[in-house]
Design a protein around this ligand. Sequence first.
Ligand code: TXA
Ligand code: MG
Length: 324
Amino acid sequence: MKTVVTESPAEASRFIRDGGIVAFPTETVYGLGADVFNEFSIAKVFAAKERPADNPLIAHVARVSQIERLAGEVPLAALKLIERFFPGPLTLVLPKADEVPPIATAGLETIGVRMPGDPLTREFLSACSSPVVAPSANISGKPSPTTWQAVLEDLDGRIDCVLKGEPSQHGLESTVVDCTSDTPIVLRPGAITLEQLREIITETAPYSGDESGEARSPGMKHKHYSPRANVALGEIDEAGKVSLLQAQAFSDDPSECAFIGIHSPTEEFALEKIVGTLEEYARELFEFFRQCDRVGIATVICESVEEKGIGVAVMDRIRRAARR
Ligand code: TXA
Ligand code: MG
């Protein structure tokens, strides 16, 4: 299959309407979309990504009114979060409407719904007529793509079209919040932080990161976000010396290692990325992983950061990438 690369949201939307699959930019990461009501197209998304069939997809809407056809009911807590955070990097898990085919939600009775804020994404979604289900546009297990070039690296020849946009602003996937019970529960941390959610709904339960959380959100149990290189969490002392938080086998030849973090190490690494803020850390992390793979780095050391605000999401993605 030839993958068409376009800058036109109208052209990209035609592929969706014709039953094709299209990668498109969002402010979090690039997604790989199909019409939510077309189960054959959705099957192609799972095949192209080699995604496990038990991992549900997020439905993307251009307008709040489209949520009616996706969700059987929108609980009060969800309405409040929609009012405050849509459009934006937030996904709400709601009871699913019968019309949505089971393949979209991996057989679950719930559906994740998100309204992206990126203007190009919204233009694309508006032109698609139906909501668009989309996982991240990577081969399953790899870091999510934050540029159209990274999408092609994984999916060229496997998908109908890529809508070319800017690099993703946040760089990590949306915050996922389960709104099916009285107390909203964070299932996946992201750019919308627990602190922000609690400003609207005080009792919002934090992301647990353990198996009970993973059971509620099937995707979280799968291996994720990993480059081919080993990933290790590190610390850096006042003298700029880097040490690993957990002893693990890794190449200690700095010429084969890379470093990403807030502080500058004294040793020289083959690749280094020093970020100024946690937001920049989030934005750069996945692209840095991919860069490391392009040049054959053996180990990527990621400086550990405080788990506050978006630091929770950054540390979650690093820990998952470090799992073997
Ligand atoms: O930022 C994002 O969310 C990106 C962009 C493209 O929108 N999408 C994304 O999709 O990250 P994906 O498929 O890579 O991750 C979706 C996550 C998975 O962990 C999945 O298990 C969870 O959301 N999820 C989706 N629907 C769910 C549901 N009904 N119940 C619980 N978890 C759900
Ligand atoms: Mg993904």
